[in-house]
Design a protein around this ligand. Structure first.
Ligand code: EPU
Length: 342
């Protein structure tokens, strides 16, 4: 048995039957053996994955590292192995004068995880710079390449959460950066900067994140626990009429995205704690293992309470953004809730 506590950033106490590492492309054939012999899940740094129960399978850790750079007159092409740490890669780009990812500073996790949920922050989503994604197809044993348009990127979403959820292991993310750079500073508080350099944007984002988001090394958490909800224009307009300061963003012609953190705060839950778990007191969209001793049951209980309270007050359903691992692999929040309380 192996403790999962150090393997995921929420640091819940649970165990897994086995742990394996992928250190090279050759190791990938062992994944094929694992699929035949039992259950497994792949994780990078476990920053968006929560082990809510003891896991009966093998946790496969992605340790593929390396970066290759090529350039043309107008673009940089950077090929990054999936096990590289995300923020190290952002810093590497800045030190090579390759700009574009500075708004995505300090997002925890690996490069391989970035296309899966199309990470985004401060007005930029990673899909803007992904040229294609390489993955190992466990069924065919082949390395495949999927161009950006085929990755079906959406808000915290991609094909890797749907049709390619199973039997794929992302090996590389290939980025394309135009050499002409435009700062993206529409999003507060970056909009206060005048004519910033990419390095200044990076520093500002680090400063803001450090103020609002708990460092997972000291307080267990998985970043935003819920997605910002997408509601119809009609529903959004009703709420905005009632609550003028409700932060809302255009999503598409029929719907708007609302700030879940605001809804949770206005429902009176910012800083609320239940045993060992809490709603973070500086950013209500983040749940924390504030004592370091939380278990999955407490977390599900707190998340359910937050969802119910927000729904009762605003008639808006929140959906978790994180991935839950139960006894036999990934589980939907609704199933977990039923298993524990049903
Ligand atoms: N707000 C509150 N109370 C709170 C939290 C937020 O009133 O407790 C308000 C803020 O004042 C602001 C609005 O809600 O007007 C949005 O807040 P913020 O800028 O902090 O961003 P967010 O929508 O809560 C999203 C991402 C974050 C990303 C930030 C910054 C999601 C689920 N989360 O959060 O991503 O860092 O924008 O761009 O989209 C993550 O995915 O783990 C993550 C941290």
């Amino acid at each position: 048995m192996f403790s999962t506590k150090p393997l995921h950033s929420f640091h819940l106490s649970s165990v897994a039957n086995n742990v394996a590492e992928i250190n090279s492309i050759d190791d990938l054939s062992c994944l094929k053996e694992l699929t035949d012999s039992g259950e497994y899940i792949v994780i990078g740094e476990g920053s968006n994955t929560i082990f809510v129960e003891n896991y009966m399978g093998t946790i496969v850790l992605n340790k593929l590292v390396g970066i290759e750079l090529e350039e043309t007159k107008d673009h940089f092409y950077v090929s990054v192995s999936s096990g590289n740490n995300w923020n190290d890669f952002v810093v590497w780009c800045l030190s090579n004068k390759i700009y574009g990812l500075e708004n995505l500073a300090l997002i925890p996790g690996t490069v391989g995880a970035c296309p899966i949920q199309n990470i985004g922050a401060y007005g930029v989503e990673v899909k803007k710079f992904i040229d294609n994604v390489e993955y190992y197809d466990l069924e065919s044993g082949q390395i495949c390449t999927l161009d950006n348009e085929l990755c079906e990127f959406g808000y915290r979403d991609s094909i890797f959460k749907h049709d390619l959820k199973f039997n794929t292991f992302i090996t590389k993310v290939n980025f394309k950066f135009p050499k002409t750079w435009q700062p993206q500073v529409d999003y507060a508080p970056l909009n206060k900067l005048t004519n910033p350099s990419a390095n200044e944007i990076y520093d500002k984002v680090c400063e803001v994140r450090a103020l609002k988001l708990p460092d997972p090394k000291t307080i267990g958490n998985a970043g935003s626990f819920f997605k910002n909800p997408i509601v119809s224009n009609k529903k959004a307009d009703e709420l905005i009429y009632q609550y003028e300061d409700l932060p809302n963003y255009h999503f598409n012609s029929t719907s708007k995205k609302l700030a879940a953190g605001w809804l949770i705060e206005k429902a009176g839950l910012k800083g609320f704690s239940l045993g060992n778990v809490a709603v973070h007191d500086k950013q209500a969209l983040v749940l924390t293992n504030h004592t370091g001793n939380a278990d999955g049951k407490e977390l599900i209980e707190l998340a359910s309470y937050v969802m119910k309270t927000v729904h009762d007050k605003f008639g808006v359903s929140l959906e978790p953004e994180v991935r839950f691992i139960g006894k036999h692999g990934e589980v939907k929040f609704s199933e977990l809730n039923q298993n524990i309380y049903g």
